[in-house]
Design a protein around this ligand. Structure first.
Ligand code: NAD
Length: 547
């Protein structure tokens, strides 16, 4: 029989394998003694700053972004404080690796890259037992859940269980951008099957080997999950993520008044794009109410933006009908207008009494919009002809090519600036490098939802809000736009620098929490200094002391 180890020896080894408590080579001499770590670590003690340098060196040595992603995720699995320190201190460099576009590549190969479980899987096989299952999650204080069913991952389509990379990535951004404590974050994959043949034919696929459940069976699992999650983790905020568009609209309607739920693809996108439009007004010198928007793509993202835009105009005093009249959509079948039959429900409020047309360029000439917004997932659709037409009708045409990842953007930054003689106000969903035309360098803004959802999440959980009403997204858009500086605009950027994201998120959180207090959506008493209160809730990536 082997002799049992003294309890504190177990404890030391456990700490080394616990990413929340591990400090790696930064355990001090005293801690190594107290925790019986001698021999388990190389002798030299490093500071966290030195560890950060090693990580940066290693990341930069890697040959591809996917290798960098894998390295970062492995670090997150080993040492979360160090991971977040690196990510927070180098957000502009790390964001495209942790999130779009690299996370898209990672999801495409997720089954092959699989090493260690991260996140929580709920499948059809668990129906009837979801609450019990959720108790297996090791952290009892989950405050934010990001849940997907993997049906519409970024612009990449149905990736089934491989879509797990998205909730993991989004929650990492909640922590990095708004300081939500890592143990308060719960990524969830609802596996209801996949219709992706490539996955179904791959023996290494990790998800259920079946076609997607739809209808009653599917709805019952979603319902059981929302109910169970709200019960096991009282007050938890549930972010619906990358569901197919009919389900996304349906679930948002069904649950928004029953649980603390929002949909980032609809509402978060709405807020970030409208923030970009509000900031653009400072360049064009015009008013939001004078804009005419033409969207390419009438799905979750496009309709979500139009809804927040309409809310902004209504707040300015316009009627909802007049506000909606300013939003036009071209989808895969052409201009969304009343004469079309079988229009999806979410498109109906934006179907105008107007002759139809089948292509974007005809719509641009007919409508002369002030802004075009691409949310179609179709690259090269903002053609030279489209951009030149926009530039012929507007001094400063607003051109937002928001489809992700980069390969799906409707046009590149270079095309938008190049075909408009540098007059376009451009933003994209995935990052583009600066573009120089003549002697002017333009820094394209990234209309990244990460400007919005972390701040909204922080505001909701810090205030204990029971619901996430639409007003919170309009407030978030206004808050974000107000933080764009003149220097940002001077460089062509309609979003603040990502380096300021924590400050930006905390101010958004304050404005969102204010709505919760003003509308009595919480039982908490309003703190005297709301911003200071928000700051107190923000996690900092520092090591604990053990001795
Ligand atoms: P969705 O599937 O709900 O909608 C896609 C829409 O595009 C549909 O209306 C479809 O009819 C339309 N479409 C498809 N092909 C078309 C074509 N050839 N011409 C015109 N329209 C066409 O998807 P979604 O959630 O709305 O996302 C769409 C895109 O927006 C994705 O690429 C996604 O990554 C991107 N997105 C970007 C951001 C951001 O930048 N912040 C946020 C959310 C979504």
């Amino acid at each position: 029989m082997t002799k049992p180890l003294p309890p504190n020896m177990h404890q030391g080894v456990k700490i080394l394998h616990d990413p929340i408590r591990n400090k790696g080579t930064a355990f001090t001499e005293a801690e190594r003694d107290a925790l019986n770590l001698r021999g388990l670590l190389p002798p030299r003690v490093h500071s966290m700053a030195e560890q950060e340098l090693r990580v940066l060196h290693n990341i930069r040595e890697k040959a591809t972004d996917l290798d960098r992603y894998l390295y970062l995720i492995a670090l997150q699995d080993r040492n979360e404080n160090l991971f977040y320190r690196v990510v927070m201190n180098h957000l502009e460099e790390m964001m495209p690796i942790l999130y779009t576009p690299t996370v898209g590549q990672a999801c495409m190969a997720f089954r092959h890259l699989y090493r260690k479980p991260r996140g929580f899987y709920v499948s059809l096989n668990d129906k009837g037992n979801v609450a019990k299952l959720l108790n297996n999650w090791p952290h009892k204080d989950a405050r934010i859940i990001v849940v997907t069913d993997g049906e519409r991952i970024l612009g990449l389509g149905d990736l089934g269980a491989d879509g797990m990379g998205i909730p993991i990535g989004k929650l990492a951004l909640y922590t990095a951008c708004a300081g939500i404590h890592p143990t308060h974050c719960l990524p969830v994959m609802l596996d209801v099957g996949t219709d992706n043949e490539r996955l179904l034919n791959d023996p290494l696929y990790n998800g259920l080997e079946r076609r997607r459940a739809r209808g009653k069976l599917y709805d019952e699992l979603v319902d059981e999950f929302i109910t169970a999650a709200s019960k096991v983790f009282p007050g938890v905020l549930i972010q619906l993520e990358d569901f197919g568009n009919t389900n996304a609209f349906r679930f948002l309607e069904k649950y928004r008044d029953r649980a603390c739920v929002f949909d980032d693809d609809i509402q978060g996108t709405g807020a970030v794009a409208v923030a970009g439009l509000i900031a653009s007004m400072r360049i064009t010198g015009s008013r939001l109410s004078e804009q005419k928007l033409l969207f390419l793509g009438a799905g979750e993202a496009g309709i979500g933006i139009a809804d927040v835009f309409v809310a902004a105009l209504v707040e300015e005093g316009m009627s909802p009908d007049d506000a909606r009249a300013k939003c036009w959509f071209v989808d895969s079948k052409g201009l969304v207008c009343k004469s079309r039959d079988k229009l999806a429900e979410h498109k109906l409020p934006y179907a105008h009494d107007y002759p139809g047309c089948t292509d974007l360029i005809t719509a641009v000439h007919a409508l002369k919009p002030t802004a075009i917004l691409g949310l179609s997932g179709q690259p090269n659709t903002f053609t030279q002809e489209v951009i030149e037409a926009m530039a012929s009708y507007n001094d400063r045409p607003i051109i937002f090519a928001l489809s992700n990842p980069t390969s799906k953007a409707e046009c590149t930054a270079e095309e938008a600036y190049g075909y408009s003689d540098g007059r376009a106000i451009f933003a994209s969903g995935s990052p583009f490098d600066p573009v120089t035309i003549g002697n002017k360098t333009f820094v394209p803004g990234q209309g990244n939802n990460a400007y919005i959802f972390p701040g909204v999440g922080l505001g909701v959980i810090a205030s204990g809000a029971r619901r996430v009403p639409d007003e919170m997204f309009l407030a978030a858009a206004q808050s974000l736009a107000s933080q764009v500086t003149d220097a940002d605009l001077e460089r062509g950027r309609v979003y603040p620098s990502l380096t300021r994201i924590r400050e930006v998120s905390s101010l958004i959180a304050r404005d969102v929490a204010q709505i919760a207090f003003d509308n009595k959506l919480t039982d908490m008493e309003e703190p005297e200094d709301l911003l200071a209160f928000i700051h107190e809730h923000m996690y900092q990536p520092v090591y604990p002391h053990y001795a």
